[in-house]
Write a protein that binds this ligand. Structure first.
Ligand code: HAM
Length: 435
């Protein structure tokens, strides 16, 4: 058993691996709410679910994410299977979706083709708050639309999603990292700039200088971070096409009331990006502050053997989002009604009332054994129930029950016959408040 910092808090013969967590109630209720909200929104925006494998042949990731990235260079769970093939636990979803898109000729479906996925990813990173070795992503990928309107739609979905979940104070930062036409000039400028500082670069970045200087911009080593402060900016090298694409996206976001900030240092840690890149961060998350990120990858489908197909997508980090939800949103899925029967006869009445409610899909809890009133109240409080409905010997005589609203302390008496109507009425209001 681990606490929020991942420290073991109880003796157990077996524990999860470092950087890997169980997700159980009440946290799992928050996770389910996140997933439900995302799936409802994907339906509205015409995204279909795609289930991609947890393992792929290693090349799927090395070719797309890039040999000189930290993910491929240091963080992949790669092993040789019994058939002597190199396989890797997926560190992200985009590469697999593209592999699936090309392998199954999904380009034959009406364009644009839109897919989403939910599931665990694996990266052998140094675990810390918000950075796990197994973490979950909700991802979306939109194929066959090159226009800035597609970028705006992707960012619009994220905006709507976080609004629906009532996550406050998020910051959207966007950038363009150019295309095949303008990136080579930028790479040359970076090579010139960092060559003068080569002796101060870390070992990895010295290799990156030769192979892929852009990657120096997202090196996590502190001294490399200092060196890149005055590095040339991509925005000074964009071709006309990339510039006008970015300008159009800015206009669309502004006209839709989506606030954003340009940040020319968002180059992302994966090699497949072209043009638009973005990150959504929260200052309430600590050092690992990106809750969602993504961008355009217009060359990847072709690099995987498919026809030239522009594409754009994002992935949301579920652990980080659940962490924010726990800070800001009321916990969903706690029972609305807790029955507190006192005595055997009351227990039988309460159980049949609760079964009736559950038949109507109303969340209620009733113990299957006898307890004191104090015990009931403690338990209802722990379960975060909204109302307690008490039935004791006096109430049975009068054919009534006493209800109590736990957070305000208000209480009253109703007849047993009216409990169904009382509960249905309050359940509607509570559902609306919690959704
Ligand atoms: P990414 O920036 O590597 O992008 O990951 C997306 C999100 O996953 C991050 O913003 C963060 O919330 C979460 N995340 C990443 N690594 C960890 C970790 N070790 N522990 C906890 N959460 C983490 C991608 O994965 C791209 N595939 C996104 C994309 C989709 N681009 C285009 N389409």
């Amino acid at each position: 058993m681990t606490d929020e910092q991942g420290q073991t808090t109880a003796l157990s013969k077996y524990n999860t691996l470092k950087g890997i967590h169980d997700i159980f109630p009440p946290d799992v209720f928050v996770w389910n709410k996140i997933e439900r909200t995302a799936k409802d929104l994907f339906y509205i925006f015409g995204y279909d679910e795609i289930k991609i494998p947890v393992m792929e042949s290693t090349e799927v990731f090395t070719r797309s994410i890039g040999q000189s990235t930290d993910i491929v260079g240091k963080e992949m769970y790669t092993f040789t299977d019994k058939g002597d093939r190199s396989v890797t636990l997926r560190p992200e979803g985009t590469a697999s979706v593209v592999r699936c898109y090309v392998e199954n000729a999904l380009n034959r479906r009406p364009a644009p083709q839109k897919f989403y996925y939910v599931g665990p990813m694996f990266r052998y990173e140094r675990p810390q708050k918000g950075r796990m070795r197994q973490f979950y992503q909700i991802g979306a990928e939109c194929f066959a639309s090159a226009s800035a309107e597609a970028d705006a739609e992707i960012l619009g979905i994220l905006n709507e999603f976080f609004n629906k979940l009532k996550v406050p104070e998020l910051r959207l930062e966007i950038n363009s990292i150019g295309c095949k036409a303008c990136r080579p000039d930028y790479n040359s400028a970076l090579t010139r700039f960092f060559s003068q500082k080569e002796e101060f670069l870390c070992g990895d970045c010295r290799a990156r200088l030769k192979k892929n200087p852009l990657r120096i911009l997202d090196c996590k080593v502190e001294s490399c971070g200092q060196l890149r402060k005055d590095a040339p900016l991509i925005t000074d090298f964009l071709c006309e096409n990339c510039k006008s694409h970015h300008e159009r996206l800015r206009e669309l976001l502004t006209s839709r009331g989506i606030s954003f900030r340009d940040n020319p240092s968002i180059v992302r840690g994966l090699d497949y990006y072209t043009k638009t890149t973005f990150e959504i961060t929260s200052e309430h998350l600590g050092a690992q502050n990106a809750v969602a990120a993504g961008g355009r990858y217009d060359n990847l489908v072709e690099e995987f053997g498919g026809p030239p197909t522009p594409a754009i997508g994002f992935a949301i980090g579920m652990e980080r989002l659940a962490g924010l939800m726990k800070q800001f949103a009321p916990s969903p899925n706690t029972p609305f009604f807790y029955f507190a029967p006192l005595g055997e006869e009351a227990l039988n009445i309460a159980i049949s009332l609760a079964i009736n409610l559950m038949d109507k899909n109303i969340s209620s809890i009733c113990t299957q054994w006898q307890m004191s009133l104090k015990g009931h109240m403690k338990r209802a409080d722990k379960l975060n129930a909204e109302y307690v409905i008490m039935i004791g010997a006096d109430e049975i005589q009068k054919n009534t029950a006493v209800w109590k609203h736990l957070s305000t302390g208000t209480q009253g008496e109703i007849s047993i016959e009216d409990i169904g109507a009382f509960v249905t009425l309050h359940e509607k209001r509570l559902k609306a408040e919690r959704s």
